[in-house]
Design a protein around this ligand. Structure first.
Ligand code: NAD
Length: 260
């Protein structure tokens, strides 16, 4: 059911978002990219996807902290590729600090990027999906949408928020062909967690590998990171017709983190 459909994937210049973009492109989906990267990196990503998968791509550099830019990203992507059928709200940032010392601006930025932007993209793409009576919105939450960890108050608040947004919006369109779900990964090997591993390695004066095992052991019973391709497969499944009755769910892929 996917060839010729149009996906908009926020934060798709690296990590999970880029992997999902490639996976959907491999199914014949035209890809709207977003996120920060050097112009030459963006054109290399676009060329690779277009040449390998023979689909169209479009890039919009919206800073998702800025509401009007989110709106123009949706408008311009639809103009370039056609109405959005699949929306993957993936962009997210992290900041680690106690609530007492948490910079207020940082808190607001995390809520804006990790939560409010997903509300806005949903608001602007849903009418297009409802017109066709088919659509998929997949919100990349986190285990931190279901449970908390210390020193991540903004991230945990935003991720719990996006699970709530997923449920509320899924109910609004439950009778239609549009489904809205969240995905809740545990540790996935990307830049976002490499930074956290490196910080630990520096703090405890241990190797990157030792720091990685320590980080995983604390929370993820499998002591194995989730591979970005595995998330891409889950998201592709959620886009399939087999998943048409999965609505408002929060799917974990976390090596057992939230089973404890
Ligand atoms: P990443 O840092 O590799 O990618 C983040 C993407 O978001 C990049 O493309 C970046 O340019 C973009 N981005 C950041 N700020 C932006 C802004 N203001 N406007 C537009 N784009 C912006 O991180 P990742 O690990 O691939 O994370 C992707 C998503 O998965 C995030 O929502 C993250 O919270 C979630 N997640 C990651 C993990 C993990 O272990 N890596 C676990 C659970 C959930």
């Amino acid at each position: 059911n996917l060839p010729g459909k149009v996906a908009l994937i926020t934060g798709s210049t690296s990590g999970i978002g880029l992997s999902v973009a490639k996976k959907l492109a491999s199914q014949g989906v035209h890809i709207g990219l977003n996120g920060f990267a050097k112009p030459e990196e963006i054109s290399a990503i676009r060329k690779e996807i277009e040449n390998q998968f023979k689909v169209k791509t479009f890039y919009h550099g919206a800073d998702l902290k800025e509401g009007p830019q989110v709106k123009s990203m949706v408008q311009e992507t639809s103009k370039a590729l056609g109405n959005v059928d699949i929306l993957v709200n993936n962009a997210g940032i992290q900041y680690i600090e106690s609530a007492v010392n948490f910079p207020e601006q940082k808190f607001n930025d995390i809520i804006a990027i990790n939560l409010t932007a997903a509300f806005l993209t949903t608001k602007y793409t849903l009418p297009q999906m409802l017109d066709k009576n088919w659509g998929r919105i997949i919100n990349i939450a986190s285990v931190h949408g279901l449970v908390a960890s210390v020193n991540k108050c903004a991230y945990v608040a935003a991720k719990h928020g996006i699970v709530g947004l997923t449920k509320a919006t899924a109910l609004e369109v439950a009778k239609t062909g549009v489904t809205i779900n969240a995905v809740c990964p545990g540790w996935v090997m990307t830049k976002l967690i490499e930074t956290q591993i490196q910080q630990r390695a520096d703090q405890y004066k241990i190797s990157f590998e030792e720091a990685q095992i320590k980080l995983l052991e604390e929370k993820q019973p499998s002591v194995t990171p989730v591979q970005i391709e595995q998330l891409g497969d889950l998201i592709t499944f959620l886009c399939s017709d087999s998943a048409s009755q999965i609505k408002g769910s929060a799917y974990t892929m976390d090596g057992g983190w939230t089973a404890q």
